[in-house]
Ligand binder design. Structure first.
Ligand code: ADP
Ligand code: TRP
Length: 334
């Protein structure tokens, strides 16, 4: 089975990214063929500062490598190092209806949040479909917010196959229920762009500031609290096994629980959890040439897998015009 997913270098990576996607990808690499990439072309839809985009691309790569992506066991690369993906995007655009893209929640949300409705933002799901279909991926681990994009990818693949003949694998979204939607400090979806994220790698002081500002309700200390309506409980649960989670729930249901104390415990838990990866990340960040080599080798592997799919698609639509089957003179000579 081929497992594939990507992440935007549009800001520091956070707990939502880690639990919904990165951690699961790292686990998949043990037993499956894994394609993991940094989607810098997608990030162009929101990041307009070139040096920031470069920096964040390298940082995202270092984060993944530090957390356990093994470039010998997986195909790890940067999206723009595989030019085949942009050509495939154009081929797919011609089987993508306006209606499909107009129904995009993510597009509508971004416009509502004040982004200018340009073509890149509108066509974002077609580029994402190309990212997936280029490699014949079967499964795509993502958070719940990407569900609709995966449905669009499936629609586009099916439409292409119906129009031109069987070409692409129709992939499936792979969403883990417990981590499908990680809340941020304010209870909304944790996101790089909402200013409500807890980053995987930040200084202790920054982490403390973030954790201490998790919004909780005003239930007095002496009253029992509701864990199911508590953002702090949801974030803490990411780090707990079922017994530990049951014990925390019990503490919520008893009078006397202080949110401030739970926050302090959570702060230490997060800091310790990512401790083993911090040194490795620092080393990688200080040897960017080594990271560039890894990414270049990854892109080469990705292109080897992607090229035959693109060649087949070129043939199917008729732009591989020099090949035998589509020679117009051959047909008129018969
Ligand atoms: P962001 O919204 O922070 O910019 P991305 O769009 O780059 O994150 O998402 C990268 C991956 O992380 C995707 O698979 C996405 O579904 C997942 N993801 C992002 N935020 C969350 C969240 N709060 N809860 C669950 N999954 C998330
Ligand atoms: N749209 C995805 C996100 O914002 C990122 C992405 C781009 C992606 N191409 C992909 C995810 C291909 C999975 C597969 O999170």
């Amino acid at each position: 089975m081929r497992v594939l997913s990507g992440i935007q270098p549009s800001g520091a990576l956070h707990l939502g990214n880690y639990f919904a996607m990165m951690k699961r990808m790292i686990e998949y690499q043990q037993n499956h063929e894994l394609f993991c990439f940094i989607v810098n072309l997608h990030a162009l839809t929101t990041v307009t500062d070139a040096s920031l985009l470069k920096k964040q691309t390298v940082e995202a790569a270092c984060d993944f490598l530090a957390l356990g992506i093994d470039p010998d066991r997986s195909v790890f690369y940067v999206q723009s190092d595989v030019p085949e993906v942009t050509e495939l995007t154009w081929l797919l655009s011609n089987v993508t209806s306006m209606g499909l893209l107009e129904r995009g929640h993510s597009y509508k949300d971004k416009i509502a949040k004040g982004l200018s409705p340009n073509h890149g933002l509108f066509a974002y799901p077609v580029l994402m479909a190309a990212d997936i279909l280029l490699y014949g991926a079967n499964r795509v681990p993502v958070g719940k917010d990407q569900m609709q994009h995966l449905e669009m990818t499936r629609d586009i693949a099916i439409r292409f196959n119906q129009t031109y003949g069987e070409t692409f694998v129709v992939p499936e979204a792979d969403i883990a229920e417990e981590v499908a939607l990680v809340p941020g400090l304010d209870g909304q979806k944790m996101s790089k762009s909402y200013g409500n994220a807890i980053d995987i790698f930040s200084t202790y002081a920054e982490l403390k500031k973030r954790v201490m500002s998790i919004v909780t309700d005003a239930t007095p200390v002496e009253q029992p609290k509701n864990p199911d309506a508590c953002n702090l409980f949801a974030i803490y649960s990411l780090f707990l096994n079922p017994q530990q989670k049951a014990a925390l729930r019990e503490r919520y249901l008893q009078p006397g629980l202080k949110y401030g104390e739970v926050k302090k415990e959570l702060l230490e838990t997060i800091w310790k959890y990512f401790e083993p990866f911090r040194d490795k990340r620092e080393q990688l960040l200080s040897h960017p040439d080594r990271v560039f080599e890894i990414l270049q080798a990854g892109a080469e592997k990705a292109r080897q897998v992607g090229r035959p799919y693109l060649e087949l698609a070129r043939e199917r639509v008729g732009i591989a015009y020099r090949s035998q089957g589509s020679d117009p003179w051959a047909r008129s000579r018969i």
